[in-house]
Design a protein around this ligand. Structure first.
Ligand code: NAP
Length: 290
């Protein structure tokens, strides 16, 4: 069995980004908005901050109390949209249910929507137009590419139907000629689908939902889920699959670090698009070719 080492691959991607960014004078800036005091979000935001610092990006964090008026949050996003120095904006999810997530997310300028969650970004993805692709599916596609995992003709089964992970991944897999099945909490006889998967992606958030009896021998498993118990992190897939599958992403150290690396990548893409910054390497290449 091969462990799909998202931690190692993300470190390589971050180093490449760091090197590429050295050629630019201005520093890209990512702004993160949090609402309330979700403990897991604090850890994720801190990881994002550390990753930004590592590659040389600036990181702004705006935390709003859960008693804050929604219009104030929207006003802040509008300010950030206008601020030419800010290149990427994300709303860290989840947010307290009293807020209208869709309205807040869709206030973000699609050019700065580095989580790829606005209606415009998601619509563009469906229509195969150039857009910022949500970070987790983008990270999973990078894992497929790096490990030469061919999607064409494969049956990909995705458990979960979120806009954040599963639906954009569905589109990406379809665009790469896979046959895709989506399962969710109302799916009857889940294992009849998971057992037929050449590639099984599980994005639910329930510790060990999937075990060895539910997978096909030598299948490839992407475990997206994260659950916390007694300060330990667990995936959605029981480790008893390890001697039965051909490849698997570990939890932690699989999809999680790739998500963060893709956030940096999207912010850098957004930065280049917004500023029309001329890449020194491009200038050198043009000079060489004269
Ligand atoms: P989500 O919005 O939390 O929704 C979970 C999905 O799982 C829903 O579609 C739900 O179905 C489905 N589900 C729940 N119980 C099920 C069951 N017993 N059988 C089959 N499906 C079931 O999804 P998400 O935002 O994609 O997050 C999923 C997990 O991935 C969470 O643990 C999250 O923390 C983790 N995550 C990890 C990363 C990373 O970088 N590693 C990034 C994002 C998310 P219904 O739609 O019918 O309710």
């Amino acid at each position: 069995m091969i462990l799909l080492d998202g931690k190692g691959l993300s470190a390589k991607i971050k180093d490449e980004l760091k090197n590429e960014m050295d050629a630019y004078v201005q520093t890209p800036i990512l702004a993160v908005i949090t609402i309330g005091n979700d403990e897991a979000s604090k850890i994720y935001v801190n990881n994002k901050k550390k990753a930004c610092e590592y590659v040389g990006m600036s990181f702004l964090h705006f935390n709003f109390s859960e008693n804050e008026d929604e219009t104030k949050i929207i006003k802040k996003i509008k300010q950030l949209n206008k601020d030419k120095n800010v290149n990427g904006i994300i709303l860290q999810l989840p947010i307290p249910s009293k807020f209208n997530k869709n309205i807040i997310i869709n206030t973000i300028d699609p050019l700065k929507d580095v989580d790829g969650l606005t209606n415009i970004s998601q619509g563009k993805l469906i229509n195969k137009e150039d857009s910022l692709v949500p970070c987790t599916p983008k990270g999973i596609m990078e894992i497929f590419k790096y490990y030469n995992i061919e999607l064409e003709g494969k049956h990909v089964v995705i458990v979960g139907r979120s806009n954040l992970v599963s639906k954009p991944l569905l589109i990406e897999c379809l665009n790469n000629n896979a046959t895709v099945t989506i399962c969710h909490s109302k799916t009857k006889n889940l294992s009849s689908y998971t057992k037929d998967a050449d590639i099984l992606v599980v994005a639910v958030g329930k510790k060990y939902l999937i075990d060895k009896s539910m997978i096909k021998k030598d299948s490839i498993i992407i475990d997206v889920g994260i659950s916390r118990e007694d300060n330990k992190i667990y995936g959605d897939v029981n480790p008893n699959v390890y001697d039965y599958c051909s490849m698997i992403t570990p939890v932690p150290g699989g999809v999680g670090p790739m998500t963060v690396a893709m956030l940096l990548k999207n912010t850098f893409i957004a930065y280049k698009k917004q500023n029309g910054v001329v890449d020194i390497n491009d200038i050198l290449n043009k000079k060489d070719s004269k």
